[in-house]
Design a protein around this ligand. Structure first.
Ligand code: NCD
Length: 309
């Protein structure tokens, strides 16, 4: 019988259980050590990006090529029939016949689910509006485990635009599986949305709200920074654009020795460039690790047998 990840859609982090997430993370650890996964010869990945991306699109392409597969796709919707008015459903139905797996990024919440309903080809959500970014979370969990040698019982601060940031919505939900304690640090108008908080309450996640990083700096193992999601703000909300939060070397005086700073990137001005050369910086390793995690995920989605490692 095929394993449970074979041919699956990955639309939300809550689609995956603890065993499945651990399986992806462990395979990624093996791939990082061995550097060789020629498991996907002849398979094709379609990168369908209706929104800008650097890391997600290119790390999926890199992962597929490193696994021996090939890629096609688009990153400028103006070059597609979407600009002529074609529906997402029709596009996905057709692209599903051209590829073995689709990675979709789209500005609309729920777009990945619409795509998955249109084709039997597995769809991976590469970010749908402010909603979810499940494969970023898989990469984040891999990197948490790598830098802290465990995933359980960590103390993690999520900082910045918690209202519109899809990476933190996915990550917060995954933290329930590992008994991770969360500290939300954000201006009041960018707090974690109530619907996400309600899910966390139901899951028994411990979390608290803070206005300033200095309130929590001595307690946390990981600071997860995010940028203001300017593209999701309403045009009329000028004041929001002036919101800022920033880590400088001075912010870290009371940090724990094991503290690591994460950011899904791109950074705007939330992390002072002087942090890059400190032992606290982990964001570039986090970005690199995303390739191993995406290799592991693609290998599991596209192979009936779990790769022999
Ligand atoms: C994030 C995204 O697109 O949600 N980037 C990424 O995929 N690494 C974060 C962001 O754009 O702020």
């Amino acid at each position: 019988m095929a394993h449970s990840l074979y041919q699956r859609d990955i639309l939300s982090i809550s689609d995956l259980n603890l065993v499945e997430i651990n399986r992806i993370v462990e395979l990624a650890q093996h791939i990082k050590q061995q550097q060789s996964t020629p498991w996907l010869n002849g398979k094709i990945l379609a990168n369908c990006f209706f929104e800008p991306s650097t890391r997600t699109r290119l790390s999926f392409a890199s992962a597929m090529l490193r696994c021996g597969g090939q890629t096609l796709g688009f990153s400028d919707v103006a070059t597609t029939s979407g600009s002529k008015g074609e529906s997402l459903t029709d596009s996905m139905r057709v692209i599903g016949d051209y590829a073995d797996v689709i990675v979709l990024r789209h500005p609309n919440e729920g777009a990945a689910r619409v795509a998955a309903a249109a084709t039997t080809t597995p769809v991976i959500n590469g970010g749908d509006g402010s909603n979810q970014h499940p494969t970023q979370t898989l990469a984040d969990l891999f990197s948490f485990a790598e830098c802290q040698t465990t995933l359980t019982d960590l103390h993690v601060a999520l900082v910045g635009d918690l209202k519109y940031g899809r990476t933190v919505h996915s990550l917060a939900q995954a933290c329930a599986l590992y008994n991770i304690r969360l500290f939300f640090v954000a201006p009041e108008h960018l707090f974690m949305p109530e619907h996400v908080c309600n899910i966390l309450r139901r899951q028994g996640v411990k979390f608290s709200f803070h206005r300033s990083l200095s309130d929590v700096i001595s307690k946390v193992d990981i600071i997860y920074m995010t940028r203001l999601q300017k593209e999701r703000l309403l045009q009329t909300d000028d004041t929001w654009v002036n919101t800022s939060w920033r880590i400088t070397p001075a912010s870290l005086h009371h940090a724990k020795p094991n503290l690591k700073i994460f950011h899904p990137l791109p950074r705007t001005d939330e992390i002072d460039y002087r942090i890059d050369d400190t032992p606290y910086a982990y964001y570039f390793t986090q970005a690199k690790n995303a390739v191993y995690v995406r290799q592991a995920l693609l290998s599991l989605l596209l192979q009936e047998e779990i790769p022999h490692v």
